[in-house]
Design a protein around this ligand. Structure first.
Ligand code: PLP
Length: 359
């Protein structure tokens, strides 16, 4: 059996959800589980989420339907709303809440025949300029939706922050002020915070928060790792050494002979590669753990294998454990070395990696 394994620790998920409550005690919680819970497998997290989150949030109706099929009973918010008018009836049938980012979609709602009114979150563009209506357009859109029989009376307004992971930049304070001003007196439920908002911007907490990455024990805050924000990694990706080589000075290892040994050295071959979701662009020097001790990647990442430095481990042999990220090695640090973000690495976990749920 191939040793590549993603261990999913539900006790870490419980801990991280408690952290959300500690940070934002007055807010209700949408657990963001889009992209199959950032690669963790949403279905296996549902028992914990049903206990500790108030609702779920995903990107689209396909993801929401998959959650219902897996047994999710909580409200589910579609963060990007619907992509076609036909989806509205399914949303009503399954109790999905939708974000609504364009007046076009208000027209779809007005023209629809629905089993019951939908809970709608109007998306406000408070400065990210991706989705949403401008503050000036908000009151009219809210009034229009209030007049629509297909819209539940409990209307919401949500917005998203562009730079909340970088506290030194002024953008977030501007967005928080814009959101507060635009929603003041509207009598709507309000949602602004992603994980960075939950962790570092109390003024952005409002009625509902939408943490994603922090649930998985990874911090969005630039330059931090999860432990700095008292989070615990949920996923630990590991494998084992399948070969050990004694190479001579001047010999190279792997594709393109990209790493050449400066002196005689021991090199390990571990069964993990880019087809497992390990980042192809991780360069020599990217940290890995071998037998729990820090080591480094050498040369190119192959589809199914990587090469690791065993200079400091003369005893290391075939079968010894190798950790790529998770417990003992923050995914944030690996992502940094590989020129990406931990979000992407987690989402890229491949279907062929065995998953074991613990805790
Ligand atoms: C993905 C997403 C979130 C969660 O973001 P994190 O940085 O993972 O906490 C929150 N809100 C919206 C609209 C999103 O798309």
């Amino acid at each position: 059996m191939r040793p590549a394994l993603a261990k999913i620790d539900l006790s870490a998920l419980r801990h991280n959800l408690r952290r959300v409550r500690e940070c934002a005690p007055a807010a209700s919680v949408f657990a963001v589980v889009k992209a199959d819970a950032y690669g963790h497998g949403a279905a296996r997290l549902l028992p914990v989420l049903e206990q500790q989150a108030d609702a779920l949030a995903v990107a689209c109706i396909e993801e929401a339907l998959a959650l219902r099929a897996a047994g999710a009973t909580q409200p589910i918010l579609l963060l990007e709303g619907v992509f076609a008018a036909e989806e509205l009836a399914l949303c009503a049938e399954h109790g999905f809440e939708i974000s609504l980012h364009d007046p076009l979609h208000a027209g779809w709602l007005e023209a629809a025949t629905l089993a019951r009114p939908l809970k709608v979150w109007v998306k406000l563009d408070s400065g990210m300029h991706r989705l949403g209506v401008r503050p000036q357009a908000l009151p009219a859109l809210v009034a229009r939706l209030r007049a629509c029989a297909n819209v539940d009376a409990e209307l919401g307004v949500m917005s998203h922050m562009a730079c909340a992971d970088e506290p030194a930049r002024p953008n977030t304070a501007t967005q928080i002020a814009c959101f507060a001003e635009a929603t003041q007196g509207l009598g709507v439920r309000r949602a602004l915070s992603n994980s960075a908002g939950v962790l570092h911007w109390p003024a952005a907490h409002h009625d509902w928060v939408r943490p994603g990455i922090m649930l998985y024990g990874v911090t969005p805050m630039v330059g931090h790792s999860g432990a700095d924000d008292a989070l615990r990694p949920v996923m630990t990706l590991s494998t084992a050494l399948i070969a050990v080589k004694q190479l001579k000075a001047g010999e190279s290892v792997g594709y393109s002979a990209a790493y050449t040994c400066a002196q005689d050295m021991r090199v390990g071959i571990a069964a993990i590669g880019y087809a497992d979701g390990y980042p192809r662009h991780a360069p020599s020097g990217t940290p890995v753990l071998v037998n729990g001790q820090r080591s480094q990647l050498l040369g190119r990442v192959s589809m199914d294998m990587i090469c690791v430095d065993l200079s400091a481990q003369p005893q290391a042999g075939i079968g010894d454990p190798v950790t790529l990220w998770g417990e003992g090695l923050p995914a944030e640090e690996v992502a940094d070395a590989a020129g990406t973000i931990a979000y992407e690495m987690l989402c890229n976990l491949a279907g062929r990696v065995r998953v074991e749920t613990v805790g």
